[in-house]
Design a protein around this ligand. Structure first.
Ligand SMILES: [Zn+2]
Length: 662
């Protein structure tokens, strides 16, 4: 199957439709585009909720170029930019729009963003969708403003308005205030039952609304598509994905646009996070999904993001399993594609490589690597700490280890592995005792916070600790970690800084059980040993456990000593099973994928230094590399030499380029 280019664009009703028609017909040919998805009422052209008359004006004015595209064989879709509305940004409801605004936990109300429980707004929006549904669009997208989080200027988001409080009380038979409800939902420790009840109410009201929208859209012959945001943010809304797919698509394959890459140019260290995000999305999607990750580059143009990086972004989407690419290269103001013809040339140049990648990486491939388990249920299960950080406290981090393992050149997967799993921080609350026992009978890598939670849950005896506490530098003046066991570092005596960094702001310390093996220690500025570092333990279940004292849900601080330490730890935990890794330069990031007997690998150069050769340590079960193809930033492909497990490049690999092996 080839890839599918969908360009996302907006032209306003003030623009000359003849000019836009000419511009678009030229663009779709030059850029080898399959589909155009038009925005209505987006960003700069949004002044709140458009009236039905405004909606008709947008529909009428865009009809000539939509018709011309369809006649030229180009598919046309629609992305109305407002349902609830993303953010106020000075916008207000119009005089006839007497709707309940969205309200945050503290009682602050929006001026334009609405509450989804307002029945008058719902009737209005159904009418808007009815108008859109008559226009022959392939897909009508719900933007990711259908969410509770991220509605500026609210704290975290909403909605905690009087309608929502009343609905909660009606369901529960209570008479609680907003303050009482949110205090219970965010109570420290074991989640209060009201948290689940509140999240269920949020879920059910959204699902009923979306099912209704699907009926309207499908009766006109279009399909409903959904954009989504970060999984941890949706988890803090209590989202249950299987129910969403059903509401959105019934029994048909759902249409999904996941977010996975920064909107502006990003740096080396963000690549593992993007890989992990796509992998998380693949897990919540059904097998037959139409998945078109957003290739978003807001606020657009080469000063914001380089073609080199956009090429990598599109390639990664294809490698991680995508049927479509939803590409945003054009601003919302309707400036002409001709203003910057390089964009069409860029898309055309990459098309061949992306068609090839789509073929090489079908949706059936699954990521292989160290397992990093997470759960879409984590927002319901997380234990809030004592301090009140608002609803954001329910946004459970889940990609910490992906960032550290990716930076240390280890392959990872966001699904559990049958041999090694890595757990960091409060995501541990999401898993049952029996699931944790199962993993602890294999190989487990723990960060400090995860270890402390396991001790609290009565599993200290399985990880080598009798007690647990978290320390900071005011309590114990640590500043360095020293390798004390040469098997778990580059050399004995090598040191790593643990001074004043987010990942070492709090360190885990505990009383070690007999048999626990110390592989590094914490030192003061004057070289006194003030605590334990890395601890290894073989437990009564036969499992091997490695615990680092620091926090993996913090920005990565990588160096040769940390990378080597983690590589050796993974070797120990695997106990003969390899998940695959790569050596040869900083910021080489490996990916391995498998489908039955078919293996695929990708080695990225996310770093700014060029790479001439590197070594691939294949995952267990993959015997030999038969071919290696270097994909360059211009979308060109050339063969690389394979010498055993060494890849030698004919031309050096620059940043954001990659080698595909099979
Ligand atoms: Zn509300």
């Amino acid at each position: 199957m080839p890839t599918h280019y969908t360009l996302r664009m907006q032209f306003g009703p003030h623009q000359d439709a003849d000019i836009i028609t000419d511009q678009l017909l030229k663009l779709v040919e030059e850029a080898r585009v399959d589909e155009i998805m038009f925005f209505f009422f987006a960003e700069e052209m949004n002044d709140g909720h458009g009236t039905l008359e405004d909606v008709r004006t947008w529909i009428e004015n865009s009809r000539p170029y939509r018709k011309a595209l369809a006649e030229a064989g180009i598919t046309v879709s629609l992305n109305p930019w407002h349902s609830l509305l993303h953010a106020d940004r000075g916008r207000r409801m119009k005089s006839q729009q007497k709707w309940q605004p969205m309200v945050d936990r503290n009682g602050k109300a929006c001026t334009a963003v609405v509450c989804p429980l307002d029945q008058d707004w719902r009737a209005y929006y159904e009418e808007v969708l009815r108008l859109y549904s008559q226009e022959g669009f392939r897909v009508i997208w719900i933007d990711d403003d259908i969410r509770y989080h991220n509605h500026e200027p609210l704290e975290w988001g909403g909605c905690f308005c009087p309608l929502h409080v009343a609905e909660f009380n009606r369901r529960m038979g209570t008479n609680a205030t907003r303050e009482e409800i949110t205090a219970n939902c965010l109570a420290p420790g074991e989640p209060h039952p009201w948290r689940d009840a509140w999240l269920d109410m949020w879920e059910e009201t959204h699902l009923a609304m979306i099912s209704r929208w699907r009926e309207i859209i499908e009766s006109g012959g279009s399909r409903l598509g959904l954009m989504s945001s970060l999984p941890e943010a949706h988890a803090a809304e209590g989202r249950r994905w299987a129910d969403w797919w059903k509401a959105l698509a019934g029994e048909r394959p759902p249409i999904h646009r996941p977010h996975f890459w920064g909107y502006s140019e990003t740096v080396s260290r963000t690549l593992p996070n993007s890989i992990a995000l796509l992998d998380q999305n693949r897990q919540i999607q059904p097998e037959n999904v139409e998945s078109g990750p957003e290739i978003e580059c807001f606020p657009y143009g080469n000063w914001n993001k380089s073609f080199r990086q956009i090429g990598a972004q599109m390639a990664l989407a294809q490698i991680c399993g995508s049927t479509n690419l939803n590409i945003s290269l054009y601003d919302f103001m309707g400036n002409w594609p001709d203003d910057e013809p390089e964009r069409a040339r860029f898309l055309s140049r990459w098309r061949g490589a992306l068609d090839w990648l789509a073929d090489q990486f079908p949706m059936t491939l699954k990521s292989v690597g160290i397992g990093i388990p997470w759960s879409p249920n984590m927002g319901r299960k997380i234990h809030v700490k004592d301090h009140d950080t608002g609803w954001k406290a329910l946004q459970c981090p889940s990609r910490g280890w992906a960032n550290w393992l990716g930076a240390s050149r280890q392959a990872f997967s966001m699904r559990p592995s049958p041999s090694i799993n890595a757990l960091a921080g409060p995501v541990v609350w999401s898993f049952s005792q029996s699931k944790l026992h199962e993993w602890l009978s294999q190989g487990v890598l723990l960060d400090g916070e995860a270890a402390a939670i396991l001790v609290k849950r009565g599993m200290g005896h399985l990880i080598g600790f009798e007690t647990a506490r978290m320390i900071d530098q005011t309590e114990v003046l640590y500043s360095m970690e020293q390798i004390s066991d040469e098997h778990f570092g580059l050399r004995q005596g090598a040191q790593m800084s643990v001074n004043a960094k987010p990942y070492t702001a709090k360190l885990f310390q505990g009383r070690l059980l007999d048999g626990a093996r110390l592989a590094s220690d914490l030192r003061s500025p004057t070289q006194n040993i003030v605590g334990h570092g890395l601890v290894l333990y073989q437990n009564e279940l036969g499992g091997r456990v490695a615990t680092v004292p620091w926090c993996a849900n913090a920005p990565v601080e990588m160096n040769i000593h940390r990378a080597t330490q983690l590589q050796r730890v993974i070797g120990y935990l695997g106990n003969g099973v390899s998940h695959g890794n790569v050596e040869g330069s900083a910021w080489l990031v490996p990916q391995f994928l498998k489908d039955g007997e078919r293996w695929r690998g990708v080695i990225w150069n996310a770093g700014a230094d060029t790479v001439a050769r590197f070594t691939v340590n294949l995952p267990t079960g993959w015997e030999t590399i038969s071919s290696a193809i270097h994909v360059k930033a211009e979308g060109e492909r050339s063969s690389a030499l394979v010498e055993g497990n060494q890849i030698v490049l004919v031309q050096p690999m620059h940043q954001w380029e990659f080698v595909v092996i099979y």
